[in-house]
Design a protein around this ligand. Structure first.
Ligand code: PMP
Length: 428
C-alpha cells in the first residue's frame, strides 16, 4: 500500500500545527514513518487519502464501539444541527441522556457532562478535594487521566512514547500533591496512606488500565482499594473513560462488583463527539456549583449535537442485551488467532485482555504494571505495526496502547486480520 498523499499532507500540516497533529500519539513518533490521513470511515474500516482501506483496531481510541458512521448517531447529529448547534441554556436532551446514563450505571445518582475525558477527571479530582477537604491524590504509574497538570506524572502511553513522563510546565507545587503508586500493588497504596495520614482526598485509577497496553486489575485489587479508601476517609475515583459503556453496560463497577465514589466517562458516552462526564451519589455531586461550593463549568458542556450523539449511542447499547458478550466473543476469537500465529512464528509475547480491550506485548513476562509494560521489545513492535499497516490492518502506533474492538468487525474481518498477522509474524 502506498501512503504518498498522507506523507504530503503531513508535511503541509507540520508547517502550521506543532508536529503536524492535534494530539501527540497520532504522529507515529514511536513507530516511525508518517501518519495516515483519513478521508472517511464506515463500520470497521478507515479509508485514507491514498485510497487504501484499513481494518481499524483503534476506533478513535475507543468511542466507535459500534463502528464508524453508525447511522442512528449520524442521523441524530444531522437532525439536531438543523435546529441550532449551541444555546448556552438547558435542553431537555441533557436530562434525557443523564437519566439514561444514571439508569445504566450502578451507584450513581447524578451526572455532569463536560467536553473531554481530561475535563471529567480534572473536575472529579477537584470535587473529591473539595468534598474531603484534603489535597493529595494517589494515581498509579502508567495510568493516564488526561493532560491536566496533576495527572502528568508518569502518565502512560503518550507521555511514555515521547520519553517525557513528567511534563515541563507542571509546577513542583502541583506535582507534590500527586502521590504515585504501582498498579496492582496494594501494600504500596497502604504505605502511602500511612505516610500521608488524613491528607489523601482520593485514589484515581483506571479500573482496567488501558494506557500502558491493557492491564487488568489483579483479583481483589479494586475491592481492596475500596476498603483502604473507606478505612482512611478517602474517595475512590474510577476513571472509566475507556471502560465505561464498553466492558459492560455499567462499566467496571458492574463487571467487578466494586463501588466507586466518583466515576468519570469519555469516549463511548459521546458516540464520537467531544463528550466527557463525571458522576456519583447525591451527597458528593451536590457539592458542585451551583448547589455546592466546588466550581466547574463549560460554555459548550451538554452541547446539543454531542448530547444527541451520546444519547443514540447509549440507547443502542442499552437496548442490545447481547452486545457486550458479542464483543467479548469477537475479541476472544481474535486473541486466540493472534496467539496461534505468534506461537507458530516462535515469537516471545504476552497478550493481555479484558472484554473488548486487548494488547500485544513483545515480552515473555507477565505485564501487570508500568515497569513490566515498558519492558517489551519496541523494535519488534515497530515491525509488527508497519507490517500490519502494509496488509491493511491499523493498530495503535505505539506499543503502550490498547486495541479497541468494535462490534462492526465481522468474523471475516477478524480472519483477514489473523492472516495478516501470520504473514507479518514470519518476518519479525
Ligand atoms: N482517562 C483515560 C483512561 C483515557 O484513556 C483518556 C484518553 N485516552 C483520558 C482520561 C482523557 O480523555 P480525553 O483525551 O478525552 O481528554
Amino acid at each position: 500500500m502506498l501512503y504518498q498523499r498522507s506523507s504530503q499532507l503531513f508535511a503541509e500540516a507540520e508547517k502550521v500545527i506543532p508536529g503536524g497533529v492535534n494530539s501527540p500519539v497520532r504522529a507515529f513518533k514511536s513507530v516511525g514513518g508518517t501518519p495516515i490521513f483519513v478521508k472517511e470511515a464506515k463500520g470497521a474500516y478507515l479509508y485514507d487519502e491514498d485510497g487504501n482501506r484499513l481494518v481499524d483496531y483503534i476506533n478513535s481510541w475507543g468511542p466507535m464501539i459500534l463502528g464508524h458512521a453508525y447511522e442512528p448517531v449520524v442521523n441524530a447529529v444531522i437532525e439536531r444541527a438543523k435546529k441550532g448547534t449551541s444555546f448556552g441554556t438547558p435542553t431537555a436532551l441533557e436530562t434525557e441522556i443523564a437519566e439514561l446514563a444514571v439508569s445504566m450505571v450502578p451507584n450513581i445518582d447524578k451526572i455532569r457532562f463536560v467536553n473531554s475525558g481530561t475535563e471529567a477527571c480534572m473536575s472529579a479530582v477537584r470535587l473529591a478535594r473539595g468534598y474531603t477537604k484534603r489535597e493529595k491524590i494517589i494515581k498509579f504509574a502508567g495510568c493516564y487521566h488526561g493532560h491536566s497538570d496533576s495527572f502528568l506524572i508518569q502518565a502512560g502511553s503518550g507521555a511514555v512514547t515521547f520519553g517525557s513522563p513528567n511534563s515541563p510546565g507542571v509546577t513542583q507545587g502541583t506535582a507534590k500533591d500527586t502521590l504515585l503508586a504501582t498498579y496492582n500493588d496494594l501494600q504500596n497504596v497502604k504505605d502511602l496512606f500511612e505516610a500521608n495520614k488524613n491528607e489523601i482526598a482520593a485514589i484515581i485509577i483506571e479500573p482496567v488500565a488501558g494506557n500502558m497496553g491493557c492491564i487488568p486489575p489483579a483479583e481483589g485489587f479494586l475491592q481492596a482499594l475500596r476498603e483502604v479508601c473507606d478505612a482512611n476517609g478517602a474517595l475512590l475515583i474510577f476513571d472509566e473513560v475507556m471502560t465505561g459503556f464498553r466492558l459492560a453496560k455499567g462499566g467496571a463497577q458492574e463487571l467487578f462488583g466494586v463501588k466507586a465514589d466518583i466515576v468519570t466517562f469519555g469516549k463511548v458516552i459521546g458516540g464520537g463527539l467531544p463528550v466527557g462526564a463525571f458522576a456519583g451519589r447525591n451527597e458528593i455531586m451536590n457539592y458542585l456549583a451551583p448547589v455546592g461550593p466546588v466550581y466547574q463549568a463549560g460554555t459548550l458542556s451538554g452541547n446539543p449535537l454531542a448530547m444527541a450523539a451520546g444519547l443514540e449511542m447509549l440507547k443502542a447499547l442499552n437496548s442490545d442485551e447481547a452486545i457486550f458478550s458479542r464483543l467479548e466473543e469477537k475479541t476472544a476469537y481474535l486473541e486466540k488467532g493472534i496467539r496461534e500465529k505468534l506461537t507458530a512464528a516462535n515469537l516471545v509475547y504476552t497478550i493481555n485482555r479484558k472484554g473488548s480491550m486487548i494488547s500485544v506485548h513483545f515480552d515473555a513476562n507477565p505485564v501487570t504494571d508500568f515497569k513490566t509494560a515498558v519492558n517489551g521489545d519496541n523494535e519488534t513492535f515497530k515491525k509488527f505495526f508497519h507490517g500490519l499497516l502494509k496488509e491493511g490492518v491499523y493498530i495503535a502506533p505505539s506499543a503502550y496502547e490498547t486495541w479497541f474492538i468494535t462490534d462492526a468487525l465481522t468474523y471475516e474481518d477478524l480472519d483477514f486480520t489473523i492472516n495478516a498477522i501470520e504473514k507479518v509474524a514470519k518476518d519479525l
